[in-house]
Design a protein around this ligand. Sequence first.
Ligand code: HEM
Length: 549
Amino acid sequence: FYHHHLDSAGVASGCELPPGPSGIPFFGNLFQVPVLRPYPKFRDWAKQYGSIYHLRLGPQDMIVLNTAEAADELFVNRSKNYSSRSPPHVAHDIMSAGQRQVFLPYDKEWKATRRSLQAAIGPGPSKRLRPLQELESRVLLHDLLMHGDKGLRDLAEGPNGEVPEDHWFSLIRRYTTSVVLIVMYGKRANKVINNHQLHKIYAVLANFTKVGQPGNYLADVFPILRKLPDFLAPWRVEARQMHEWEMELWGGFLHDLKSEMSAGCIPNDSYVSTYLKARSDAGHANAPGCGLTPDGWLKDKLLAYTAATVLEAGSDTTASTMQSFVLFMLSHPHVLERARAEVDRVVGEERMPGWEDEPRMPYLVACIKETLRRRPPTIMGIPHRAEEDDVYDGYFIPRGSTVVGNVWAIHMDPTRFPNPTAFQPERFLTKDQNVRWGSGPDQDRDHYVFGWGRRFCQGTYIAEASLFIVLSRLIWALDFELPRHPKTGVPILPDIADEETFSDGFVSVPRIFRVGFRARGEGRRRIVEKAFEDAQVEWGMRGMEGDVR
Ligand code: HEM
């Protein structure tokens, strides 16, 4: 039962599976993998077994790649074989009706979604988004300024780790969610408090990361259970209900836009509106259901879940990087001071930074890259799948294996990044070289947060533009204040070396922490306030909703 693969090609090729911890009969290593916080264990195994190891989760083979060389060789050089996914059965096949873009197998549906998205978030189109990101960044700065001392209050997370809506984290998340909402639907998130749509987006996202957690359902691990009838498979009934609940949101966005268009409104430019127009011109004004039309157009559910993937992939990942950045800056005041000195030197006091300043801010860019390296949001990437038997470094990789690019182990590899737990932006400063993000997809890379090969994150241009504009402006405009211990007066800040500072789940993000915000002087305060007021006029001229506070 266990060595069925070896019986065939593995033994035939004379190769063994990669080394790995020995498991128990039937379940393999299933119970050795900590469900909620797997990456520390996956890194310990990397230290023990080296660049590649093997686990078995029930009948499923898992291959874990722990060096950049191994991951580049398989995911990039052999991308034809390693560009598919092995999605969690309950979260993908049932809850997402098999339509969530990020989990689609490497086939014509995925190709159609990827191609269509490229026209909205690829390198050229993402440049056209910049004026809107710029406006949203003004709103965020203003929000943080208005938040002021309120950031020092001690708020509690919700029962499932939810961020309270009046915590400063929510202000950052409004920005990142609004940006992806604009690209996908041409609409903004124009308020934070009592914004039911935002609440629902985060609830769906949190539920998805929970339900999709490897090891969450036995039916994910043991395909045989999928044959059980409904009355013996409560998880299936539950997941179908979750699908309806998700479709109220994702299908609701699509439905609203369609209604506006058919009522004759001219919608703002967006991925979905452009797609619907083109699809309608091709004779598919209506295309309900899943998958593709015979001539290759995305039908409604696939379209809704493709837009949903962008909303999900772009919000928390980008927001948490900004939150981690603040945490790292406050834990390393000398770094903050140097980054600020650079920003001040380049732009002065009279105006805010903009993208045109980026080439002259190598240290700030290095700080952002070091944030991504030291704390990658998708900390073990998103697993790929081997479609055919393969051999790497003398080891056999069975077809159907789930293949993990262990981003955390790669980023913590001391041969690649000396003193890996230290936060040292200097490691990315190369003398006399132009500023470069070095995030891939080519192999000359500084970090691996965006994955590999044909499945490489499609949103990097938008993500990096957001990180630059928000973080350069943040340290230009605002000073930070930490709460102090009532007796000792010592500033309170979570310890970056403590795992508990970050959430569990496969997107591991900082837990909420307290910071107060203050303008760095009257002049800068006035610039932020004016920029916010001007933004309101611009929203109006663009036919978009202004901010409600
Ligand atoms: C710091 C922010 C971000 C991080 C860390 C991140 C990370 C990732 C990772 C690890 C993957 C999977 C790569 C692989 O399979 O090897 C991915 C896929 C993806 N990302 Fe991002 N992402 C970020 C921001 C964004 C943004 C802003 C967008 C959209 C505007 C976006 C859109 C996507 C999409 C559509 C995919 C699916 C690609 C596919 O499966 O074909 N991401 N991202």
